[in-house]
Ligand binder design. Structure first.
Ligand code: NAG
Ligand code: NAG
Ligand code: NAG
Length: 928
């Protein structure tokens, strides 16, 4: 018995021992009677915080200075007499007023002029007074999709930090960790009015990582962290202040055509990741529900996993999820995911098919995601093939983005301008790059409105070429001695954009692929253009004004027959001309529009590709003899390829360019390195090569590239050129280089670096010394050509600037001439004023359509120094000259535009007169 009792006691003690070790509280004191742990209040605070919505603290709006205020570098500024787009009232609120900036904030807006004296008293000599002279002021431009600082400009091998290729799901990565503070893009984008960007990881992963909002200005501290706008508290040791609501976090997702994965893989990867996060969240919620009911028994530590904490925060609705997602199939997948795991999607980016599936978007969890788009950058892969320039006007809520450096974010406002041109209302267009983007980022309390940052513009912000005359970020002026152009009065108003209702409707009806081939008037038909304000034609290779009306009463009538002008001028006179006898004439009212030379596109593989990233739609690259031997069947090293042999007609980009007044193309064979081959010139309006007028000139110039290619030295490329030009070379290649030597055809060299261009000039002189004949050399690319403007002019070397507004993509084009407001001259003007024949090129096939804007922009940016004729020339006759196209003046197309006699935002191309095809082509079917 005694033994038994001892045994029982022992057992009891043993059990007690075990329980104290493992499970004591439950056994002895159930639930809340457990003594709270020492850090109980911290646990409670943390648990309470889990349910607090992200956003600014309540007292934010009464702040007296910005947390980004920099003592010493920030003086108070009074901007007088501004026309302010405030972003309020759905973007319709515009006031004429003064603005006071102080302590990193916009302190007040109103009629402060009367109190200027008082402000002077208050601030003393510190106060900077700026007279805006009635100029437009908008909030700083906000880019909701950028890789600035992570994807380097200039790009260098050791500096590509926007894509990790280590996995499909990586919510733990942070774009902040790759943010380089020395990127050339910061000052350039600021020069375009961009003040804030959301820096997203790239789209090589389904979950690419966390994104961060930065302001673009350089800070005193000069660190990436100090550029962040309201970063989450935990980015450094300032870990959560439980008394404040959390700050918005941002994350990148990508679906569809993502690195290596199929769509099925990607969505499963998402579901697996979200399921992991969901389980952690459930454990946290259970933990917190016990903690908040003081159930401390055996509670342990707050369950968290560092890798997944950001994704758990997504499920808590504290992260703005920015999803790169193009097609209906992908949008659908993400909408289902958002409902399965109950998290909102802030925005779908790129979303080229969003405008086709509005009902699907409404089904996303929470509220419909915003849509972030490009204006006209499209069709570069299948996913973007159905993208439409009319999407912004069709969708209700959107932002326009740069995806910098995909598009140079310096020109983000241009995206809004184009969207406006195609029908997005003015208020929404400006909002799409200011207040909308800010709201989508959860930053509307600071940016996107007149609160912290602003831009003073030299014109209405939606006028083509609008350029900042000053940019303030956190109250600090960013442009040191800006060059400001005085623009004509009509640039101070919103452009009177044409009507594209019919085209927009068709974009939807045809699910993004409306028919684009123009209606061609039959042989022998007469088309009459009424109310023509001006006519420009080409005579002896020079663009000339043939007619110009001073007033509406003088608008001309133009009678065309077989695609050529038969008569122009007075209506009475032309209508009675014998051409009209018995003819059933078709009449087009140009409403004060114009006839002008058809433009020429060069530089992209237009005619050799339909969809850039889809190899099966493209002609492909030629062999490069400097990299490997060319097969004998082609003639070995002496082979030469002709672009004409690979032509594919009627790509959507070609037809869209045609509809914008770009009627001819010159294209070199697609190539990766040194040797391209023989260029060709063709019409953008035809359906196949056998159609009348399809080929304009079968072979034009000989094309090569001399660049800093990987594994191929520049000196090697020059050595090859020298041998081909000065040595004796046999075969077809030798024959064509023979024609180059004697100046029969031009040599077009793609070169960007001033050093390479200088070497080419010397080589030209060597050839000419040998042949005693002028050699025709054209540089294309030419980012640094302006550095040699004088020498190029003297050496009679022409330049095709491509892009026309240069950007420092890589080292060899880093020394660009940025143009206003950074430099007085644009690269175009610097070259032209040194007697260089200048043409402007196009980089990718989708942008061929924008050439009319590019030439108009060049003229605007010149401040009146580039006349209308010369502006047409850089987009037409100069290109023909520089590229070796010889075309009878009478065979050049004329473009008929309605609404205004300029290639700006206030006219619309409605027809092309094509003498080569004996026809007038008409774009608006309802007019037939
Ligand atoms: C805001 O403006 C757009 C475009 O003008 C319009 O379609 C929309 O209905 C407006 N929204 C509100 C809430 O008024
Ligand atoms: C943490 O980051 C914030 C935001 O950039 C900054 O204001 C703060 O000074 C940083 N704190 C430390 C300790 O680095
Ligand atoms: C129009 O072109 C056709 C075909 O070249 C030709 O037969 C006809 O005579 C032309 N008409 C005029 C008036 O030139």
């Amino acid at each position: 018995m005694h033994h038994l009792r001892i045994l029982l006691v022992a057992t009891f003690l043993f059990v007690l021992f075990c329980l104290t070790q493992y499970d004591t509280p439950t056994f002895f004191f159930r639930g809340h009677r457990v003594k709270p742990p020492p850090h109980a209040s911290a646990i409670i605070a943390r648990c309470r915080q889990l349910h607090v919505q992200a956003g600014p603290p309540e007292d934010f709006h009464t702040r007296t200075h910005s947390d980004r205020f920099e003592e010493g570098s920030t003086r108070p500024v009074l901007i007088q007499n501004a026309k302010i787009w405030t972003g309020r009232k759905n973007g319709t609120h515009v006031i004429h007023a003064d603005i006071l900036l102080d302590k990193g904030l916009i302190k007040s807006i109103g009629h402060l002029r009367g109190s200027a004296a008082q402000l002077q008293l208050e601030y003393g000599k510190e106060l900077v007074v700026v007279d805006a002279k009635g100029a437009w002021v908008t909030p700083g431009i906000v880019d909701i999709h950028s890789h600035l600082g992570d994807a380097a400009s200039p790009a260098l091998d050791g500096a590509e930090d926007d894509n990790s290729l280590k996995g499909t799901i990586q919510p733990w990565l942070q774009s902040l960790d790759g943010l380089n503070t020395h990127d050339d893009s910061y000052p350039l984008s600021i020069a375009g009015g961009v003040t804030t960007s959301l820096i997203l990881p790239g789209s090589a992963n389904a979950i690419g990582g966390q994104a961060f909002v930065i302001k673009l200005r350089e800070t005193k501290e000069k660190s990436p962290s100090s550029m962040l706008l309201e970063p989450p508290y935990h980015i450094n040791t300032s870990f959560p202040n439980p008394n404040l609501p959390p700050r918005w976090r941002h994350m990148k997702h990508a679906c569809g055509d993502v690195y290596k994965d199929t769509r099925m893989d990607t969505i499963w990867a998402f579901r697996q990741a979200y399921n992991t996060a969901k389980q952690i969240k459930q454990r946290q919620d259970e933990y917190c529900s016990r903690a908040l009911s003081r159930d401390w028994a055996n509670l342990g530590e707050f369950p968290e996993v560092l890798q997944w904490e950001a994704l758990v925060d997504v499920l808590r609705g504290r992260v703005k999820v920015n999803t790169h997602c193009y097609e209906a199939v992908d949008l659908d997948g993400l909408v289902r995911l958002s409902n399965e795991f109950k998290f909102p999607i802030a925005a779908f980016h790129h979303a080229s098919e969003a405008y086709l599936v509005p009902d699907l978007l409404k089904k996303a969890y929470g509220k419909p995601p915003a849509i972030a788009l490009f204006a006209t950058n499209a069709r570069y892969k299948r996913e973007a093939y159905r993208a439409s320039e009319f999407a912004p006007r069709i969708l209700a809520e959107e932002g326009l983005t740069s995806d910098h450096p995909v598009l140079n974010s310096r020109y983000l406002l241009y995206e809004a301008q184009q969207a406006h041109f195609y029908g997005l209302p003015e208020n929404s267009a400006i909002a799409s790059v200011t207040s909308n983007s800010a709201e989508v980022m959860g930053m509307g309390h600071r940016i996107g409105y007149i609160k912290e940052d602003l831009v003073i513009w030299d014109s209405h912000p939606l006028a083509l070429g609008a350029t900042p005359s000053q940019v303030f970020i956190d109250g600090i002026a960013q442009l040191e001695s800006p060059y400001v152009i005085t623009k004509p009065e009509n640039f101070q108003k919103s452009p009177r954009v044409p009507n594209f209702d019919d085209e927009a409707r068709k974009a939807v009806t045809y699910e993004g692929l409306p028919p684009l081939v123009p209606k061609k008037m039959p042989l022998d038909s007469t088309v009459i253009f009424k109310n023509v304000k001006s006519i420009h034609v080409v005579k002896k290779g020079i663009v000339e004004q043939m007619y110009s009306a001073q007033a509406a009463t003088e608008f001309a009538t133009v009678v065309s027959h077989n695609g050529s002008i038969a008569c122009y001028g007075d209506e009475q006179k032309c209508m009675s001309s014998k051409i009209l006898d018995g003819a059933n004439a078709f009449v087009i009212d140009l409403e004060g529009g114009s006839l002008s030379p058809g433009l020429v596109t060069y530089g992209s593989p237009v005619g050799l590709q339909h969809i850039d990233q889809e190899a099966s739609t493209n002609d492909g690259n030629v062999y490069d003899p400097l990299r490997k031997a060319i097969p004998n069947i082609l003639g070995g090293d002496s082979a030469i390829i002709r672009a004409a042999d690979g032509l594919q007609f009627a790509s959507r980009d070609a037809l869209l360019a045609y509809r914008s007044g770009v009627t001819l193309a010159v294209t070199a064979p697609s190539h990766q390195r040194f040797l391209a081959g023989l260029g060709t010139s063709f019409s953008l309006s035809v359906s196949h090569k056998l159609e009348e007028g399809a080929i304009i000139q079968e072979t034009t110039a000989l094309h090569v590239s001399v660049r800093h290619f990987p594994k191929l030295s520049v000196s090697t490329q020059i050595a090859a050129l020298r041998r081909l030009l000065l040595g004796t070379s046999a075969g077809a290649l030798g024959e064509w280089f023979g024609k180059v030597k004697t100046g029969e055809i031009p040599l077009v060299v793609e070169a960007h670096s001033a050093d390479i261009i200088a070497t080419l000039v010397i080589l030209k002189q060597e050839v000419e010394a040998q042949t005693r004949k002028p050699m025709r050399l054209t540089i294309s690319g030419g980012a640094e050509a302006h550095l040699l403007a004088k020498e190029l002019g003297e050496a009679h070397v022409g330049v095709i600037l491509n892009p026309s507004r240069p950007f420092p993509y890589v080292w060899e084009d880093r020394r660009i001439l940025p143009g206003p407001p950074v430099s007085k001259n644009s690269a175009i003007m610097e070259l032209i004023s040194n007697n260089v024949v200048v043409g402007i090129g196009c980089e990718e096939i989708w942008s061929a359509r924008n050439l009319p804007f590019d030439i108009a922009w060049a003229a605007i940016e010149s401040g009146g120094r580039l006349g209308k004729e010369e502006a047409f020339a850089i987009g037409s006759t100069n290109l023909l000259k520089l590229l070796g196209v010889e075309l009878d003046d009478a065979k050049l197309d004329l473009v008929a535009s309605r609404g205004a006699d300029s290639f700006g935002f206030d006219s619309k191309v409605v027809s092309v007169l094509s003498p080569r095809q004996n026809s007038v082509h008409i774009f608006e079917e309802e007019h037939i």
